[in-house]
Write a protein that binds this ligand. Structure first.
Ligand SMILES: *Cc1c(COP(=O)(O)O)cnc(C)c1O
Length: 403
């Protein structure tokens, strides 16, 4: 199997690094991006080869990914995640003659789109001979890493803030990671890993180059599903930003390959009012975001007070003509409930937050009711607390008036 990777590049300075050896960040402490020889790829691989490949899920984009050996591709039965159009709730959200479609990432292994990034990171770790991986996580990243690493026979250490949802901590442990609770925030968990002089290799968000490549496949897959066109607007729940950065990178690769020639969508970064460093930086027209003190939200996947790739997220948002917006937890739970009731789709809070942002954007005239938009449901709603059911029926004395 051939890889078209030419080199790695510092996302800030453009400095080149060799591929084929394990890297963390660049000398400047910024994320490294994977670069490909797209000219050669274009000559040797027609788009139809991808379309007809029959590979499972995101592995069908293997020529645009860095893994060279087939046996290093770690797979747990990935699927192409479906596009589910909102029907009854679309009108509630303010949609007119456009369409609101959910890309439902909850169907991936471990129930979240973290499978894409960590599937790639683990596969590359295997390829590069790494024997022990470590990650700080608020939830879904830990279980995805645990699952793929166990499958690959790689040892894993996961550090979680001690208020990480219990379900995430437990699913991580049962999928084989040495899992520990830390009395601190995710950044402090990361510090323990970076300061520990052990044999582990950190796979913190954007501190290794390959998670972005996995997340990029969301964009490639979306383009192919939409017949190599893209929606007018994408609403994305933004934490560390690998998804926005990855999709934006993927779209440009598709343009350069000539596999697609449509206009790129406006990218909207959605955060919670309880943790909105990117929204603040976007409003203040800054290049970098400041650390967000006292981060607090039910949307644990986007509770990220400081993102290493902040400037890349902001760049994608600006270059696309998009914007950043925060929503409250109350609005999020309300919309999660409405979409569940009206359309039978259980969104995770992070996904529901994108629906709130869409609704507010229409109200504010930032997005047209005629636009075709895609919302990302990044995980299964089943991992989060759900409202209690309190009605009890006494089988020996049924009161039929309640039905
Ligand atoms: C990690 C996570 C996010 C944020 O992802 P990024 O691409 O790193 O911004 C959003 N939603 C859920 C459910 C997550 O687990």
């Amino acid at each position: 199997m051939k890889t078209y990777v030419s080199h790695l590049e510092c996302s800030f300075t453009g400095k080149r690094y060799d591929s084929g050896v394990a890297h963390t960040v660049s000398e400047e402490g910024k994320p490294l991006l994977v670069k490909y020889d797209l000219r050669a790829l274009k000559e040797e691989i027609p788009r139809s080869r991808i379309e007809e490949s029959g590979e499972p899920g995101f592995w069908k984009y293997a020529p645009l990914l860095p893994v060279t050996k087939e046996q290093n591709r770690i797979s747990l039965g990935e699927v192409v995640t479906p596009l589910v159009e909102l029907m009854d709730s679309a009108a509630l959200l303010g949609c007119g003659s456009g369409k609101v479609t959910v890309k439902d990432e909850s169907r991936l292994p471990t129930g979240s789109f973290k499978a894409r990034g960590l599937g790639l990171a683990v596969s590359m770790a295997k390829e590069l001979g790494v024997l022990h991986l470590a990650i700080p996580t608020n939830g879904n990243a830990g279980s995805a890493l645990a699952a793929y690493a166990s499958r690959a026979g790689i040892k894993t250490t996961v550090l979680c803030p001690d208020d990480t949802p219990e379900i995430n901590v437990r699913e991580t442990a049962i999928q084989g990671a040495n899992t520990h609770l830390v009395n601190g925030l995710i950044g402090e968990c990361g510090k323990i890993i970076s300061e520990g002089d052990l044999d582990w290799f950190p796979v913190s968000t954007l501190k290794e180059p390959y998670r972005i490549e996995g997340k990029k496949t969301m964009g490639l897959e979306l383009a192919e599903q939409m017949n190599w066109k893209l929606p007018d607007v994408i609403f994305y729940p933004t934490g560390g930003g690998t998804g926005i950065i990855g999709m934006w990178k993927g779209f440009h690769e598709l343009l350069e390959l000539g596999w697609m020639d449509c206009e790129l969508p406006r990218m909207v970064a959605v955060q919670s009012t309880g943790c909105a460093p990117i929204v603040k930086a976007w409003k203040e027209e800054r290049e970098f975001a400041e650390f967000w003190e006292g981060a607090e939200t039910i949307s644990s996947g986007i509770r990220v007070p400081s993102a290493l790739g902040d400037f890349l997220i902001l760049e994608a948002v600006r270059a696309s003509g998009g914007f950043a917006m925060s929503v409250t937890d109350e609005e999020t739970l309300n919309i999660q409930n409405e979409i569940g009731k009206r359309d039978g789709l259980l969104m995770c809070p992070e996904g529901a937050a994108t629906a709130v942002a869409y609704q507010k954007s229409i109200e504010k005239g930032l997005v047209s009711p005629d636009d075709n938009v895609v919302l990302f449901n990044t995980a299964t709603g089943l991992k989060y607390p759900l409202p209690e059911v309190i009605s009890r029926i006494d089988k020996s004395d049924v009161d039929y008036s309640i039905f």
